[in-house]
Design a protein around this ligand. Structure first.
Ligand SMILES: [Zn+2]
Length: 58
């Protein structure tokens, strides 16, 4: 697994090894949706995904 860090709460987020830029992952801690912006070795960079609407679910 690769890892990313949530820009909002700093939690470590595990990401699949075959992750691609543009993929969406969720922070296990605060639940924010994060968009992958860069994949570099073991580390993945993410930014907070701006969502419209409030259909969040679990
Ligand atoms: Zn978070």
């Amino acid at each position: 697994m690769k890892k990313a860090y949530c820009p909002e709460c700093g939690a470590k987020v595990e990401v699949e090894d075959d992750v691609i830029v543009g993929e969406i992952v969720s922070c296990p801690d605060c639940g924010l949706e994060l968009e992958v912006t860069e994949v570099e070795g073991e580390t993945v960079k993410v930014k907070v995904l701006q969502v419209s609407g409030e259909d969040w679910g679990e």
